[in-house]
Design a protein around this ligand. Structure first.
Ligand code: PMP
Length: 428
């Protein structure tokens, strides 16, 4: 047998060391040869050169994220994100999944068996609620006071729901009477409402809405992506059938794994479907099994976002250690300080009803003659601080300032007030 020889190829784009059988002839100019067990395989075209941008180190500056999300992650969350991967069905990982479920149950204040985490951002959890609950022709009522009601209505239409909306201006919230009128008139099977409307910067009072929905034989879905952990949420007490949230707001974890929970009533609706859930990925029958919510052994459904799950576990642990009561109180304390400071700068808050102001995201009216973007750019340039603009009807008209979870500190309130004050003097 001939002994193998070591070959070395070097060009700007190709570096290759290997052990090759001496019988191989190599023509790098026109062809790349695949070498398997010393034998030449079929030829393939020369690939395009690798992108030069990837030859430089990754660039991630430190910024203070005070828009409506993501918010900064504390070191314990970032450290957890960097832990070694486990197999997605290894016992140590399923233990972490179980801990996440306990954390979500605490954060949502629920005992629901179908409490899991959807692999994806808040939109994924939103899609999961839509595709599991809505069957073609189901009557759906979306309460719209900003972007999120609109988006839910659009998703529900894409799933062939028969969708109606009740619409009120951004910056205002629904009364129980508005809701009862909507239920009476439309007789929906499913109703959607947003808890923390991050585009309108309002917090929707939820008490009583679940009872009303159930009186009209309707399932209630609540989007608490921008509210959970920052304001009270009692899923079971308030008879909410589905709640979903996100990782990157009050939980201060990276986006990509989103908590969701289904009540027994919602679960029954999913189990009694006449048609299969249209999304395989978000089908709660599969997700519930993968998350250990039934009595069966966990089966492979998809590869869970392992590193995101570690980080979310730590975000939930941070909230549990702080306690919900302290977290709610801290959001109120910091946001009051922010409101006072904004008013002393001569700025007006977008939401006029004090009780309807969402502590997690504050809307501030952009004064006449000021370009919102100049101010946001000033804050970014001089303070590496993110302040966001408005969305939809409020684009260009308001700033949105986030105070969530790990970022909700008096230090950050002072920082944002200083940056805004200086920006307003400098950009006119
Ligand atoms: N709902 C609300 C109220 C939100 O604020 C957001 C995120 N801004 C979402 C849903 C969607 O979440 P994501 O961007 O993580 O998909």
């Amino acid at each position: 047998m001939s002994s193998p020889v070591v070959v070395k190829f070097s060009s700007p784009f190709i570096r290759f060391y290997g052990l090759v059988s001496p019988c191989v002839s190599v023509n790098l100019q026109s062809r790349v040869y695949r070498l398997v067990s010393g034998r030449c395989m079929s030829t393939s075209p020369t690939p395009t050169p690798p992108p030069q941008c990837l030859m430089k180190p990754i660039n991630v500056p430190m910024k203070t994220l005070m828009g409506p999300g993501p918010s900064n992650c504390p070191p314990r969350v970032l450290n957890a994100n960097a832990l070694p991967l486990l197999g997605h069905l290894h016992p140590e990982f399923t233990q972490i999944m179980d801990e996440i479920k306990e954390g979500i149950k605490y954060a949502f204040q629920t005992d629901n068996t179908w409490t899991v985490c959807v692999s994806g951002t808040g939109h994924a959890a939103m899609e999961a609620s839509v595709c599991n609950l809505i069957e073609p022709g189901d009557k759906v009522l979306a309460c719209v006071n900003g972007l999120w009601g609109e988006r839910f209505a659009e998703m529900a239409q894409r799933h062939d729901g028969d969708v109606a909306t009740i619409d009120i201006p951004m910056g205002t919230v629904f009364t129980l009477q508005d809701i009862e009128n909507g239920l009476k008139e439309n007789r929906p099977a499913i109703m959607f409402i947003t808890h923390g409307e991050s585009s309108g910067t309002t917090v929707q009072p939820l008490e009583g809405i679940g009872e009303l929905c159930h009186k009209y034989n309707c399932i209630l879905i609540v989007d608490s992506v921008a509210a959970m952990g920052g304001v009270p949420l009692f899923m079971d007490k308030w008879e909410i059938d589905v709640v979903y949230s996100g990782a990157q707001k009050v939980l201060s974890a990276p986006p990509g794994a989103s908590p969701i929970s289904f009540s027994a009533r919602a679960r029954q609706k999913v189990e009694n479907r006449k048609t299969k859930v249209r999304s395989y990925y978000f089908d709660m029958h599969h997700l519930a099994n993968y998350w250990g919510c039934d009595k069966e052994p966990r089966r492979y459904h998809h590869t869970g976002p392992i590193s995101n799950a570690y980080a979310l576990r730590e975000g939930l642990a941070r909230l549990a250690e702080e306690s919900l009561e302290n977290s709610w109180a801290n959001h109120v304390k910091c946001v009051h300080k922010l409101h006072e400071g904004l008013e002393s700068l001569g700025l007006k808050l977008f939401v006029t009803d004090k009780l309807a102001r969402l502590p997690c995201v504050t809307g501030v009216v952009v004064p006449d003659g000021v370009n919102w973007k100049d101010v946001a750019d000033f804050a970014m340039k001089h303070y590496r601080l993110e302040i966001s603009g408005g969305l939809g009807a409020q684009a260009g008209k308001i700033w949105r300032i986030g105070l969530m979870g790990h970022n909700c500190t008096e230090h950050n309130v002072n920082l944002v007030l200083r940056a805004l004050g200086e920006a307003l003097k400098n950009v006119k």
